[in-house]
Ligand binder design. Sequence first.
Ligand SMILES: Nc1ncnc2c1ncn2[C@@H]1O[C@H](COP(=O)(O)OP(=O)(O)OP(=O)(O)O)[C@@H](O)[C@H]1O
Ligand SMILES: [Mg+2]
Length: 236
Amino acid sequence: MSQSIFEMRAVIKRYGVGVTRIEALHIVELDAAAGGVMVLAGPSGSGKSTLLHLIGGMDRANSGELYVAGNSLHSLSTAELTVFRRHKVGFVFQAFNLMPNLTALENVMLAAEFAGLSSKEAKHRASALLERVGLTKRADHRPGQLSGGEQQRVAIARALVNRPALVIADEPTGNLDSKTGAAIIELLTSLKGEQSVIIASHDERIAAAADRVIHLADGRIERDEVPGGAPQKASV
Ligand SMILES: Nc1ncnc2c1ncn2[C@@H]1O[C@H](COP(=O)(O)OP(=O)(O)OP(=O)(O)O)[C@@H](O)[C@H]1O
Ligand SMILES: [Mg+2]
């Protein structure tokens, strides 16, 4: 059996207090094989970002067990969770979230320096990643001097700089035109094998490129699909 990048059991996430308290997510059981591309699909408010935030250690569940890249997230302290996030996960957001006053190279380097790399090693890795995403000639540009697609490629380079086991992308093509978005999808899906990739997206093309598509509805798994294969039984 292949190794899992994450496993979750009876995970519940609620927001708010008192009468406004809502159950945003309730996953009975979900495992993902390492090295694959998983897409989270579903309507707005169905829990996609909530699930990504839990898997990425950006937020905690109210109950349940969650294992990611060999770590039991439910039993980590806040400080341990920060270390986990920094070393094991690379994040890509819809809004790119680059530092506006740093160059492309410096944006990528900063994430490596935060994780404890020397600036020499950070620069070496950052340059290699900018080359990989086709931006060597833009390394000295600030985000405001880059197109949306170029900014997202910088963000992907930044997500990879600490060689994370897992890359998490939340609507990575949401702010891009369809051609630019297609290039970003290709880049993210090319990570397969080296990294495990989880992408929340409404974009049909991303689902087509995935190994597995989890459809969420009202915070629950509605359908668990292997494109091109037989549908799996949903855990509801
Ligand atoms: N910080 C929060 N406080 C209260 N409720 C929240 C919070 N974040 C999300 N929710 C609620 O949790 C539910 C799931 O939200 P989530 O952001 O995970 O949806 P989503 O599937 O990512 O939607 P979208 O496609 O619009 O990004 C929604 O009902 C939302 O209103
Ligand atoms: Mg969302």
